[in-house]
Ligand binder design. Structure first.
Ligand SMILES: [Zn+2]
Length: 117
């Protein structure tokens, strides 16, 4: 059954991913703030400035989404630990294979139900 290290591992994995996302978010937000002071001189500068700014904005939006997904995963995971259901699909109730739990730490759906969700 669920041993403590097996439960702790996904929490560490999710926490580490959150730290990575936070670091990236911070650096991209800072890059965007720094760009606010720049005034491109030529049309070519303006084009590359806009491209870079748009890329940073898109990345910040994507990272924000990733952050929310990780928070949701962590919330579901902690909830499933409390319910002692970790490793069981929350829709069909079948056990989720260890390989899937390793690949997607904190997942609460088996591969079949995840495909349908
Ligand atoms: Zn299922």
């Amino acid at each position: 059954m669920n041993t403590v290290p097996a439960i702790r591992r996904p929490i560490f994995a999710i926490a580490e991913k959150m730290r990575q996302v936070d670091r990236l978010l911070k650096s991209k937000r800072e890059a965007l703030m720094d760009m606010g002071d720049e005034q491109p001189m030529t049309l070519m500068d303006q084009v590359s400035f806009n491209t870079q700014r748009d890329q940073n904005v898109a990345l910040v939006v994507f990272l924000d989404q990733s952050r929310r997904q990780l928070e949701e995963t962590l919330g579901n995971f902690i909830e499933s630990i409390y319910l002692l259901e970790y490793g069981q699909c929350r829709i069909c109730g079948h056990p989720i294979p260890d390989e899937r739990l390793e690949a997607i730490p904190g997942t609460t759906l088996c591969v079949h139900c995840a495909a349908k969700a």
